[in-house]
Design a protein around this ligand. Structure first.
Ligand code: ADP
Ligand code: MG
Length: 698
């Protein structure tokens, strides 16, 4: 069989050792298979010939058929050029050469039919095409060209004459060698069920599609295949984990949970909270290790769900631990949980970097004996020195600050890995979560506790500052607290900091009767904490900050969030910021301040913020605007295998198809032993071997 994998690119017609080396270095192309997976970034329809009188300079590429009426050289020195007046009977365009003038002059023939291909521009009110591609009209059959592929090449490649059309020639050369179908990488069942075309057809049409219909089919097949193996890899991995690890069985609901539920719980759970607790409870009874992602918008009450799940662990004789990304948040969780458990005989301790000496010793001792039942902390809790008596349940809050490696350290904290609940307030569209957190089961709290007044969001221009300050004065007079947030983007950190400092001075002046505190990323942790504490206790009424307050701080009395230079924030970030207010019973406001001149897209972003409070809608919109690469913690590279053609932001539907196909395969052949599926397992093996990004999944 024709094995593309083993065919070195250097033996391909027109390549040779030099170009092969460059292709390897620049694009990681070594074999013919690699070359075929280097897909075009765009296509130009070459089946169509335009009439010269239809052309305008906005067309990206054009193709015309006609003849050269005359040529002349014009200009001097660097401006010297050859101009050929070209006509098809409907009009005249100028074909222009600045380089290779001699060569062009020699080879161009007057009154001979040519097909000219190039990009039209306007010069002196005439349409011209600089350095067009010319082919003798009788030598090409346009009906067989269809779409013409364009490939991205690097500067280095261009210098060696490896432009897009050189790659195109190589693709043709490979295609000429493929005289029989390539070995399939999907089974006939999967191909049929998903209405896919064969691999050979897909590769042919992704490079040289006859028309858009074929291009779409080729894309579907190749995208599906990529996403299918990403999903299959995840499901296989989950299965392997289930075989190798058992999970603790928590089949008891006991005194601790019941006492809390019937005596301490200060309000009724929302339906969504109840549903999620049931989902977690079900996991804990299976004997398998739970790995669950809990998504819930800011303020949806995830902490309570986490606490009640931890109490189930306690009832079954195990310890639980909650990790937060910052000391402030760990402190806050500690306070909240202690007061929620008031009067109950449960020992809860806080462990952060700043807890030292005797205090620390006593906590560590208590963890070893099992006296400490719930530990709350920062990543200090995963240090080697922290050993548990029997850790059974771990909650990780605000996941994106906790890397995958840190998560896996937890597994070694007991004989079997504890159950893990990851909580995040960054809503991730479902199909994306399926890929990035595909190894985690997902629970969603899609409901806010009753009585919350949705935050009112207002967009204001920075020349309306007087009226803005006026309404803030009113809020302060009613005893509310206010945030002012400034952007901080690392490249121009100095300017940003200057903005913040100036803003701070200005605000201190404008609100001279109030205490203003200030927090930014350049401060030492202790200083930051002290400033933050001023605001949390209500001693300061105004906080001026960079986005360090983004995650999780809870000050119910703060009712106004002013975001300065809001045009510089992404949607998800704005939504996170807005989540800092609207936590108490009062009507809250989020005011997005921008300059007046805004790009169209920015305006759309701000409109979405003003229109909706729905985190999922915002996340979807964010994904569309920015693509998945920009979402924190959800890089496109977050998949185990590189995606060459599929796009996590745009191909949600194909992700869904691929997930379902992979699931069906796992159900029918859980151990990978059925001979019909051999090509699939072999392909997965090959992908895993070549995988650079294993850590994304473990
Ligand atoms: P987040 O999901 O952002 O972590 P929290 O767990 O901090 O949200 O909850 C936000 C606030 O809502 C807290 O003050 C909490 O006490 C309150 N809360 C949580 N659940 C309920 C509920 N069912 N009814 C009323 N208030 C609730
Ligand atoms: Mg929280």
């Amino acid at each position: 069989m024709f094995d593309l994998e083993r065919r070195d690119i250097k033996y391909l017609t027109g390549v040779g050792p030099m170009r092969a080396e460059t292709l390897g270095k620049e694009l990681d192309i070594h074999s013919l298979r690699d070359l075929l997976s280097y897909y075009p970034y765009k296509y130009v329809d070459r089946s169509r010939i335009y009439a010269i009188n239809e052309l305008d300079a906005n067309m990206p590429f054009i193709q015309i058929k006609g003849q050269i009426l005359s040529t002349e050289t014009m200009g001097e020195g660097r401006g010297k050029r050859l101009v050929a007046h070209f006509s098809d009977g409907t009009g005249v365009v100028d074909l222009v050469w600045f380089q290779g003038i001699k060569f062009a002059q020699k080879s161009l023939k007057l009154f001979k039919p040519y097909i000219v291909f190039g990009r039209p521009t306007v010069f002196n009110q005439r349409i011209q095409v600089a350095h067009p591609e010319m082919e003798a009209a009788e030598e090409i059959r346009l009906s067989t060209i269809g779409f013409r592929p364009f490939y991205i090449t690097t500067e280095k490649m261009k210098r060696m004459g490896l432009q897009s059309n050189a790659i195109e020639k190589m693709m043709h050369a490979v295609m000429d060698q493929i005289t029989e179908p390539l070995p399939e990488t999907l089974t006939p069942d999967i191909i049929e069920e998903n209405h896919l075309i064969s691999l050979t057809d897909a590769l042919r049409h992704i490079h040289f599609p006859q028309n858009t219909e074929w291009l779409k089919r080729a894309e579907l097949r190749l995208k599906f295949e990529e996403l299918f193996y990403v999903q299959l890899n995840i499901l296989r991995y989950v299965r392997e984990r289930q075989i190798h690890f058992r999970g603790y069985l928590f089949n008891k609901i006991g005194d601790i949970f019941n006492t809390f539920y019937h005596q301490n719980l200060p309000f009724a759970l929302t339906e969504a909270q109840k549903r999620v607790i049931r989902e977690i409870r079900r996991d804990l009874c299976t004997g398998k290790q739970m790995n669950r992602l809990l998504q819930g918008d800011v303020g949806s009450g995830k902490t309570l769900v986490a606490l009640m799940s931890m109490l189930i662990a306690l009832d079954n004789g195990y310890q639980a631990c909650l990790m937060a990304p910052t000391e402030i948040l760990a402190n806050q969780h500690f306070d909240t949980i202690q007061s929620l458990l008031f009067g109950m005989n449960v020992r809860v301790e806080l462990l952060t970097g700043s807890i030292k000496g005797k205090r620390r010793e006593s906590i560590l001792q208590g963890l070893l004996t099992g006296d400490v039942q719930i530990l709350i902390g920062t990543h200090a809790v995963i240090e080697e020195t922290v050993q548990f008596h029997s850790l059974g349940f771990v909650v990780i809050d605000e996941q994106h600050r906790f890397g995958v490696e840190q998560r896996s350290k937890l597994w070694k904290k007991n004989v079997q890995p504890p159950h893990i609940l990851v909580m995040t307030a960054t809503p991730i569209p479902r199909t994306l979560a399926m890929t990035i957190y595909g190894d985690l089961d997902v629970s969603v709290i899609d409901q806010l506790p009753p009585g919350r007044k949705p935050v009112t969001t207002i967009h204001q221009y920075d020349n309306q500052r007087a009226s803005l300050f006026h309404s803030i004065h009113r809020q302060l007079a009613e005893g509310r607290q206010v945030y002012f947030v400034y952007p901080l983007i690392t490249e121009s950190e100095k300017i940003d900091l200057k903005n913040l400092e100036e803003g701070y001075l200005h605000i201190c002046e404008a609100f001279a009767n109030y205490k203003v505190c200030k927090v930014h990323g350049k401060m030492k942790a202790a200083e930051k904490d002290a400033q933050m504490q001023l605001f949390v206790t209500g001693e300061a009424q105004i906080m001026v900050a960079t986005t360090v307050i983004e995650v999780g701080v809870n000050v119910p009395n703060a009712s106004v969030m002013v975001v300065e230079n809001a045009e510089r924030f992404g949607l998800s970030q704005l939504h996170q910021l807005r989540g800092r207010v609207g936590r108490g019973a009062d009507q809250s406001y989020c005011i997005l301040v921008t300059k007046q001149k805004l790009a169209e897209e920015t305006r759309k972003r701000l409109d979405i913020m003003v229109r909706t409070n729905d985190g999922f809608e915002i996340a979807e919109a964010d994904l569309k605007f920015r693509g998945p690469g920009d979402l924190e913690g959800t890089q496109q590279s977050g998949t185990a295998f590189d995606l060459k053609i599929a796009n996590l932001a745009r191909d949600g539907q194909i992700i869904q198809m691929a997930r379902e196909a992979a699931q069906r395969l796992m159900e029918s052949d859980p151990d990978g032993t059925s001979p019909t599926n051999t090509p699939i397992w072999r392909q997965l093996q090959a992908l895993r071997k070549g995988m650079t990004n294993w850590s994304a999944i473990s």
